[in-house]
Design a protein around this ligand. Structure first.
Ligand SMILES: *Cc1c(COP(=O)(O)O)cnc(C)c1O
Length: 391
């Protein structure tokens, strides 16, 4: 069955009493059982009957099943934010005395999770330049819990060479965990590039117009420890499972994901091409532009699609602030892949608490504005950008 057909035809586990065509929202904390035996079976995992919504809920399971269908993964877990998905994955794989090898170019909260939170519990993080093959190979050892990366870094827009990094990790039997938030998991096969576990913020493309926070762990089953720890320990002990209302919204988001993504990614590439001709803009960083240094690798890995986020550089920080203040259509907001276009100055917001030297080391520049492109007409977005630059 074609993917788009599958997306809207995931089977419900049990027929709904009223024949509801949409999976209903099961707003119930607990679920009842006909017998003590069936209750015992469910509690120890001999059956899949839901018990308590901190660990299983039919509406959330339905969302997870739909993602499983679309990704071909062995296990899928839904959480109430991208950060919850990332922290539970790292909690499942790491332990005191272990290390995590990753890039210094990561989502800010992920850096803090690694450095501060996991650091307090004796997990060492090795921040390596993942573009340096040899450095990565040297950093991985017998105590490495995982190699963690983002497929495209934000806001630098560096593309990780997944096959190369997977091979470095697998030489030591270490899982490659990839944050694939920036390109929807339906657009390319991370597993075929060597990724063992995908983590992502479903707040972004999947939620369907930024309706809700959510996160996914898409597990291809190569490291069984992940499933066991997640299923029988972390869902219970951490309590950050997705809620049924959110699962309902995000299930619907999935139905239109590819349609929305195509419009947003096409808009972004067309805009990047046009904005190169605008004299006030000193640089356009979009990996879909053929002379971008990551263009070829991105094309090979992601099948000719490049996401809906890119950055532009202006002369200085003041010019960036003036530009952002002058925008009329594009919203001043963080977040990515809303249906509406968004603009932000990363250096003073997302990385505002970092020291200048730290920002320089991360290549987060004062001259950069990040744009997340929505579903408006490309002419309207372009006109708003040009009027804001020239006002
Ligand atoms: C937004 C984002 C996250 C965190 O997701 P939340 O849903 O906000 O918790 C993690 N990684 C990347 C790449 C993101 O863009």
């Amino acid at each position: 069955m074609d993917r788009q057909t599958k997306t809207v035809h995931t089977q419900q586990m049990n027929p709904d009493s009223y024949g509801a065509l949409n999976m209903p929202v099961y707003n119930s904390a607990a679920f009842g059982f006909p017998t003590a035996k069936s209750m015992a079976d469910a509690f120890v995992g001999r059956t899949n009957a839901p018990t308590y919504s901190r660990v299983t809920n039919p509406t959330v399971t339905f969302f997870e099943e739909r993602v499983k269908d679309l990704s071909g993964a062995q296990n899928v877990f839904a959480f109430n934010s991208g950060m919850a998905a990332i922290s539970c994955t790292l909690l499942a794989l790491a332990a005191s005395g272990k290390n995590i090898v990753t890039s210094a170019h990561l989502f800010g909260n992920t850096v803090s999770l690694l450095k501060n939170t996991l650091g307090r519990f004796g997990v060492e993080t090795r921040f390596i330049d993942l573009l340096d093959c040899e450095a990565v190979a040297n950093a991985i050892d017998d105590n490495t819990a995982c190699l963690f990366l983002e497929i495209i870094t934000n806001p630098q827009l560096e593309v990780a060479d997944l096959r190369m990094l997977a091979s470095a990790a697998h030489q030591h039997n270490v899982p490659l965990v990839a944050d694939t938030t920036i390109i929807p998991f339906t657009q390319f096969s991370a597993a075929s590039l060597g990724v063992d576990i995908e983590v992502l913020s479903s707040t972004k493309y999947i939620s369907g117009g930024a309706t809700s926070l959510g996160g996914l762990v898409i597990d291809y089953g190569h490291f069984p420890q992940l499933y066991r720890t997640m299923k029988f320990e972390l869902l219970y002990n951490i309590g950050s499972y997705m809620t049924p209302q959110v699962a309902f919204m995000q299930t619907n988001g999935l139905e239109t994901l590819d349609l929305r993504y195509r419009v947003q990614a096409d808009n972004a590439l067309e805009l990047a091409r046009r904005l190169r001709q605008v004299p006030e803009i000193t640089n356009v960083n979009h990996i879909g532009l053929t002379d971008n240094k990551f263009h070829q690798l991105a094309t090979e890995q992601f099948g000719g699609t490049y996401g809906a986020m890119f950055t532009i550089d202006l002369e200085d920080k003041q010019k960036c602030f003036d530009f952002i203040d002058n925008l009329q259509l594009i919203s001043r907001a963080t977040n990515l892949f809303d249906s509406k276009s968004l603009a932000i100055h990363p250096a003073s917001t997302i990385f505002g608490a970092f020291a200048g030297s730290q920002r320089r080391a991360m290549n987060v520049r004062d001259t950069t504005v990040r744009l997340s492109i929505g579903m408006e007409s490309v002419d309207d977005i372009y006109n708003d950008i040009v009027q804001a630059l020239t006002k």
